[in-house]
Structure formats: C-alpha cells, structure tokens
Design a protein around this ligand. Structure first.
Ligand SMILES: NC(=O)c1ccc[n+]([C@@H]2O[C@H](COP(=O)([O-])OP(=O)(O)OC[C@H]3O[C@@H](n4cnc5c(N)ncnc54)[C@H](O)[C@@H]3O)[C@@H](O)[C@H]2O)c1
Length: 277
C-alpha cells in the first residue's frame, strides 16, 4: 500500500543503510516504491537488507564504500547513476562511536578510571568526529550535484539528542552531532534557491548495536546509564526503529514538508522536553 504515492519511482541513497535505524528507513521507502541504494563498508551486510527488500517486492542494490573515502563514494555514485539514472533522496545515516574516544567516568575525579579525558586518543577522537560529521559533508558533496538534477531533491541527515546537550563520556560523537544540526541549517540556506531541502532527524535513545554495550549488561539487564535514560525519557521506553518512519516520510515528501528546510526534528519520547524535575 502506497501512502506516499508521489515518492514512487524515486531513487534514494542511504549511507549506513545496513544499520538498525537506516535499514528500517530503507525498507519503508522501498514499500513506497522508492528505489534504494544502500551504502556500507561491508557489502555482505547491505546485501542482507537488499534481499529482505527484494523479498517484499521492493527494488534495492547494495554498494560498498567508506563515507570518509571520497574516491570510493564517487565510484559508487557513478554505479548508482548507471543503474538508477538519478538520485532524489540522500539519507546520511553512517555514524557511530568507538572506545578510544570515550571517557570511562561521567565526571572527572570520580573513582577509578581507565580512560580519563587526558588519556583519550586524539586519533580515535578525530575518527569519531570525522565519521559522524565529515562523512556527512563528503557524502553531500559527492551526491549533491546529482541531487540538484532532481525535481524535488532532499537530504535527511541523522543527528542525535547528544547534539543539544552532550551525553557524558562521548565528547567526539556529541560534538560531531552538534555540527550536523549546524551544517543542516547551513546547507538548507545555501541550497534553498536551488530547490534542495536539507533537514535532520534527531533520534532519542534507541537500543541498537552501536550502543548495546553502553546500555545493556552481558545478561541483557539495563545498565545504570539505561536507568538514567529511562528516568529522563517521559515516555519511559527506548525508541523502536519504526518510531522514526513517520517523520522520515514527512521530511522526504515535498507534498507534506515542501516549505520545511533547515530543521532538526527530535524523535525522542520527550527526552529533550524534560528538565529532570
Ligand atoms: N541508536 C541510537 O540510539 C541513535 C541515537 C541517535 C542517533 N543515532 C544515529 O543514527 C545513525 C544510525 O545508527 P544505528 O543505531 O542504526 O547504528 P548502526 O551501527 O546499526 O548503523 C550504523 C551504520 O553505519 C555504517 N558505517 C559505519 N562507518 C561507516 C563508514 N565509514 N562508511 C560507511 N558506512 C559506515 C555501519 O556499517 C552501519 O551500517 C547513526 O548516525 C547514529 O549516530 C543513533
């Protein structure tokens, strides 16, 4: 059933498309008749999602590229244009964190810490910042010219609650996501007259592979950090990937959001609205 009929036949490029959140977006867009190009570093992971989409009658192709490697993105762009002939939607979902760019403790001087602020590896810090920010910038540059040939082009960036007030322990990730909000506004202004809309989605807390170790113990029970998240999420649950889909469809479909550009929309169960008291 197509609920967004005018998206039918369009082509979407989704980086990080084999991940938990973006694979759900890919499947929903495919249901609307959008042709999907998934970009991940590991082709096999993208292929699993492509097979699922095809089994449901959708059209999708998996590609391997690193969002920090321009030549690999350019090569994939040329392949996508050769097979789909166009790019109308870009979702920049590739992102994540890594242990070298985190502090062990939330607060300096609190108990034993294997990694304090001063021990953080500058290279790991840059890698996390680059993956979440520069990866979005490079992808926008590489696919931007193709998007500008589309009648209704749109970019949807993926931000985080950490963009507004940084999550403890993950400074590089938080700084990069804050940059995504800023860059979304910059791009929206820069390309408004050219007809390209640029918005972002800021998910609250979703239990996925990239944060499973921070949020659950080995026996599956919630960590102290998860209990804090629940306390600060008025809807008292983690998000489910499906929770993002309505906002995604709204933002990529100009019939519903044709005058919306430069915004980041929280999908967070009320996390951002809650002051803690
Ligand atoms: N899970 C959450 O609670 C949450 C909250 C807010 C924002 N986000 C953001 O949503 C996006 C998706 O997150 P997720 O939870 O589905 O994570 P995920 O780990 O399941 O997916 C991330 C995807 O990015 C891909 N990727 C990583 N580095 C790459 C690179 N250099 N080049 C190409 N692809 C690369 C991975 O292969 C993976 O498919 C990320 O940007 C993340 O920061 C997640």
């Amino acid at each position: 059933m197509y609920t967004h009929e005018n998206l039918r036949g369009r082509a979407a490029v989704i980086t990080g498309g084999s991940g938990v959140l973006c694979s759900a977006m890919a499947k929903e867009l495919a249901k609307q008749g959008v042709r999907i190009a998934l970009i991940n570093r590991t082709l096999e992971k993208g292929q699993i999602i492509v097979d699922e989409i095809r089994a449901l009658g959708g059209e999708a192709v998996a590609y391997s590229a690193d969002v920090l490697d321009r030549p690999s993105l350019e090569q994939v762009r040329d392949q996508i244009i050769a097979s789909f002939g166009q790019v109308d939607i870009l979702i920049t979902g590739a992102g994540g964190n890594q242990p070298g760019a985190t502090t062990t403790n939330e607060v300096f001087g609190e108990g034993d810490a294997s990694q304090t602020f001063f021990d953080m590896d500058a290279q790991a810090f840059s890698k996390v910042f680059d993956l979440n920010f520069t990866g979005t910038f490079l992808t926008s540059q590489v696919f931007g010219k193709e998007l500008l040939k589309s009648k209704n082009p749109v970019i949807l960036n993926i931000s985080s609650m950490s963009a507004y007030s940084p999550m403890t322990k993950v400074p590089a990730y938080s700084a990069a996501k804050a940059s995504i909000n800023n860059f979304t506004m910059w791009m929206a202004v820069h390309f408004a007259e050219a007809g390209l809309r640029v918005n972002a989605l800021a998910p609250g807390f979703f239990l996925t592979e990239q944060n499973r170790k921070l949020l659950t113990n080995e026996d599956g029970s919630l960590t102290d950090r998860s209990h804090k998240i629940m306390t600060h999420t008025p809807m008292r649950r983690f998000g489910k990937p499906e929770d993002l889909l309505g906002t995604m469809l709204w933002l990529v479909d100009e019939r519903y959001s044709g005058f919306v550009t430069g915004v980041t929309v929280p999908v967070d169960g009320g996390f951002m609205a809650y002051s803690g008291v």
